[in-house]
Design a protein around this ligand. Structure first.
Ligand code: GLA
Length: 367
């Protein structure tokens, strides 16, 4: 081989391992704004990510027999997304992912008021118009796409102009999400990705027979509005103990107040290891397809949500309706309602500081 050929061969291999990137138009919002979709391809995974909500639209990967399926819930076209204000399929939620009690928090002695978009009681996923339904600016980067959003001072009641960058990069089976954010005034933030996974393939049934392991010895029990009481409760001896792999549905129907209030799992687990240091948060395994999802994160918590509010009214790309428990979310995050819990890891960000967090979804198969 000539040198040029060798270089080309090496480059092609790097591209395959790291992921090739292409961009296409995906739709237009009711307000007339253009939405683009980026396709990231590696030797193991194809992931599509759009600029609306910086959302993961699909993740295609093979099972133990080589059969490829889309392992996240979504819609067949862009219109499905703008017509859905409840599920947050695939989105980056913010400025504050998860809940803030009664839509109020104080910072530097000043009280802030947010929209009460969760049953009129609390703020959920950043308010009425959260980061999930805004158009981000996409830019191709090696192996992926960088999404940028500027949220103005006062957006949904939050102080400070916040500039957020979310980089998605694909390498082999690993889809890495790298978050950074800066502000021009003291503020609070909690950014996460709200993908619903079903390792058997979207629309194929519930996730109740799949197994999960969560690397956490404690969780944050909640009140009826799913706001943490402030207690870090041990999982030992409860249906919240996933320190060893357990079938998701094995204890979901137990006579347990926490499960009853949430209609299943919809709680934050306090991850082992250090806040800011990447560690395994959870592993999901589908014994039928053999697919495995490993979630690593620098975040201190993960919201494990079993799609309790899916009710058959949303239909995915395969034409199948999504019933209760048809997908699960692993929202790596700071704890819900942290601005009202000074003893929780802080979600405050000040001018001159940069918030940085990393979460990686890695797909593999177990034969
Ligand atoms: C999060 C919440 C759930 C629910 C979903 C979206 O996971 O914790 O209670 O609101 O988002 O339906």
């Amino acid at each position: 081989m000539k040198l040029a050929q060798v270089i080309l061969a090496v480059m092609t291999t790097a591209l395959t391992a790291q992921g090739a990137v292409t961009k296409e138009p995906f739709g237009t919002t009711p307000g007339g704004a253009a939405v683009e979709i980026y396709t990231l391809k590696s030797d193991a995974v194809e992931a599509r990510i759009m600029t609306y909500g910086a959302r993961i639209v699909s993740i295609k990967t093979a099972d133990k027999t080589g059969k490829v399926a889309d392992v996240v819930l979504g819609y067949k076209d862009f219109a499905g997304y703008t017509g859905d204000k409840n599920t947050y399929f695939g989105s980056i939620v913010g400025r504050y992912g998860n809940r803030i009690a009664h839509g109020k928090f104080s910072l530097d002695g000043k009280e802030y008021t947010l929209p009460l978009n969760d049953h009129g009681i609390n703020t959920l996923h950043g308010g009425t118009v959260g980061f999930d339904s805004l158009i981000w600016t996409g830019k191709e980067i090696p192996g992926g796409v960088e999404m940028t959003l500027v949220s103005k001072d006062g957006d949904q009641g939050f102080p400070g102009t916040l500039t957020a960058h979310v980089k998605y990069t694909l390498q082999g089976g690993a889809l890495k999400i790298d978050y950074t954010a800066t502000t021009d005034k003291d503020t609070v933030l909690n950014l996460t990705n709200h993908s619903y996974f079903n390792l058997a393939g979207e629309g194929t049934g519930t996730i109740l027979n799949q197994e999960i392991e969560i690397h956490a010895d404690k969780f944050t029990p909640t009140d009826a509005g799913l706001i943490p009481t402030g207690v870090l409760a041990p999982v030992a001896g409860t249906p919240f103990d996933f320190t060893k792999p357990m079938v998701i549905g094995a204890r979901i129907g137990d006579a347990n107040d926490q499960l009853k209030m949430a209609g299943g799992y919809d709680h934050n687990w306090v991850l082992r290891g250090q806040n800011g240091v990447e560690k395994v948060a959870a592993k999901v395994h589908d014994p039928v397809s053999g697919r495995v999802l490993t979630v690593t994160t620098t975040q201190p918590g993960v919201q494990f949500y079993t799609g309790n509010f899916l009710d058959g009214s949303k239909t995915g790309p395969s034409g199948k309706a999504y019933a209760k428990n048809f997908g699960l979310c692993l929202e790596t995050q700071h704890f819900p309602d942290s601005p009202n819990h000074p003893d929780f890891p802080t979600t405050e960000l000040k001018p001159g500081q940069t918030m940085h967090s990393v979460t990686t979804f890695t797909f593999s198969v177990q034969k």
